[in-house]
Design a binder for this molecule. Structure first.
Ligand code: ADP
Ligand code: GN1
Ligand code: MG
Length: 358
C-alpha cells in the first residue's frame, strides 16, 4: 500500500509532502515523513516476521513510554523530547494494519537530535552510557510482569547457540564449508554461554527491566550540547540483565571498526572507550548495580559480542533472512568483526576487569 495512503489512517497533519527511507536500523522499515508545515514524523513498518505479536509489542511501547513520560515530568524534563511519543490512528489505536497485513506505527520525530553509527567523540559515548544506565534506573520500579516477551529468549546465549547448531546442520545455502573457522570459534566458547543465565538462576544477578538493544544508533543526542536526548527503539524492552545492556553498547561503540567492516583485522576493543562507558553507565544507573553486576560487566560485553556474531553467522547460514543486508556476505563480514572483537577482549580481559572493579 502506498505510504501516503497509510498515513491517512493516523492523526497526523493532512498535507504530507514527503515520505523518505530513513536511518540505518537492521530490523524495521523506517521513513521520515514531512508535512507542508514542516512538522515531521517517523513512520515505521514493523517487522512482523521478527515481532510476531504487534498488539503485545505496542502495549509494551505504550506502557513504557507513558511511564517514562511521568518520570521525565517529575524530573522537570520535556517528555515530548526525552521519550518516544506514539501518534495514534484515527480510531485511537497504536498501530495500523494495511490490506496486505503489514503493521505500521507513527512516532513524533525528535527534532534537533541525531543518532551516530559510530563513536565520533568520547564525550558522546560517555553520554550514551549515562543515558542507557539512566533508562534502566528510571524503569527500576516498572511493573515488569506486565511486559510481554516480544522476542522470547532474546539474550539467552545458550539458546542462540542451539539455533546456530541447527543452522549448521541444515546448511540450507551450502555455506558451512566456507565458514569452518567461524564455526570452530563459536564451538570453542560454548561453555561460557550459560554463565550469566546460571548466575541469574542462582539469584546472584538480578532480573531488571532492560532495553536489550543498546547500540549507539538507538540513542538520540543533541549535536550542540552533546547531551543525550532520548533512548529509542523500545521494541525489545523486557526483563533482562543489566550487564547485557552494558555489553551490547560496548560491542558496537567500543569497537575500533564498524560493525560491518570488511577487513575484520581492524576490529579491536578500545580500552579508553570501554573505561569511559563504564563510568557513564554506572553513573546513569545511579550506582545501583550490585557488586556482582559490576564484576560481570566484562562478561556482559564478551557475551553480547559473541552472541551477536553468532546471530550474524546463523543468519548467513540460513540465507540472510533476519538482518537487513545490502551486499553479498554482509552478515559474514559482520560476524567476523564480532569474533575479532571477542578475541581481542580475551587478550585484554585482565584490564577490562580492573577497569570495572576499581
Ligand atoms: P530499527 O529497529 O530498525 O533499528 P529504530 O526504531 O532504531 O529501528 O529506527 C531506525 C532509525 O530511525 C534510528 O536509528 C533513528 O536514527 C531514527 N528514528 C527512529 N525513531 C525516531 C524518532 N522518534 N525521531 C527521530 N529519529 C528517529
Ligand atoms: C538489530 O534494530 P536494530 O538495528 O537496532 C537487532 C539487535 C542487534 C543489532 C546488530 C530486534 O538492532 O539485537 O544487536 O541489530 N535487533 C533485533 O546491529 O534483533
Ligand atoms: Mg534501532
Amino acid at each position: 500500500m502506498e505510504r501516503k495512503e497509510i498515513l491517512k489512517n493516523f492523526q497526523v497533519e493532512s498535507d504530507i509532502v514527503s515520505v523518505e527511507p530513513y536511518g540505518s536500523g537492521h530490523i524495521n522499515h523506517t521513513y521520515l515523513v514531512t508535512a507542508v508545515s514542516g512538522k515531521k514524523y517517523i513512520l515505521q513498518g514493523i517487522n512482523t516476521s521478527i515481532f510476531k505479536n504487534t498488539k503485545e509489542l505496542m502495549e509494551n511501547v505504550l506502557g513504557v513510554t507513558s511511564y517514562l513520560r511521568k518520570e521525565i515530568e517529575k524530573n522537570g524534563g520535556n517528555p515530548e523530547r526525552e521519550t518516544l511519543t506514539v501518534v495514534l490512528t484515527d480510531d485511537e489505536k497504536s498501530y495500523y494494519t494495511d490490506a496486505e497485513g503489514n503493521a505500521w506505527r507513527v512516532y513524533i520525530f525528535i527534532e534537533d537530535a541525531v543518532t551516530f553509527d559510530q563513536v565520533e567523540s568520547k564525550e558522546d559515548f560517555y553520554e550514551s552510557g549515562r543515558a542507557f544506565g539512566n533508562f534502566q534506573a528510571m524503569l527500576a520500579d516498572y511493573p515488569a510482569d506486565t511486559l510481554h516477551e516480544t522476542i522470547p529468549d532474546f539474550h539467552n546465549t545458550a539458546k542462540r547457540y542451539l539455533d546456530f547448531e541447527k543452522a549448521v546442520e541444515k546448511d540450507v545455502c551450502g555455506r558451512v564449508a566456507e565458514v569452518a573457522e567461524e564455526i570452530a570459534f563459536v564451538r570453542q566458547r560454548k561453555d561460557e554461554m550459560s554463565v550469566l543465565h546460571e548466575l541469574l538462576a542462582k539469584g546472584e544477578l538480578p532480573l531488571r527491566v532492560t532495553h536489550n538493544d543498546t547500540k549507539l544508533n538507538n540513542i538520540m543526542l543533541d549535536p550542540k550540547s552533546h547531551k543525550a536526548v532520548c533512548v529509542i527503539d523500545l521494541d525489545t524492552v523486557m526483563p533482562g540483565l543489566s550487564v547485557h545492556d552494558f555489553g551490547d553498547a560496548i560491542r558496537f561503540g567500543a569497537n575500533t571498526a564498524a560493525e560491518d567492516e570488511i577487513d575484520a583485522s581492524k576490529a579491536s576493543l578500545s580500552l579508553e572507550l570501554f573505561e569511559i562507558y563504564v563510568k557513564g553507565f554506572l553513573e546513569g544507573c545511579n550506582n545501583r548495580l550490585t557488586e556482582k553486576e559490576v564484576e560481570m560487566l566484562p562478561m556482559g560485553a564478551k557475551m553480547m559480542t559473541l552472541e551477536c556474531g553468532m546471530r550474524f553467522l546463523t543468519d548467513y547460514l540460513s540465507g540472510d533472512t533476519y538482518f537487513k543486508t545490502t551486499r553479498e556476505k554482509h552478515n559474514l563480514d559482520r560476524c567476523r568483526t564480532q569474533f575479532a572483537l571477542v578475541a581481542d577482549m580475551e587478550k585484554k580481559w585482565q584490564k577490562m576487569c580492573e577497569i570495572c572493579i576499581k
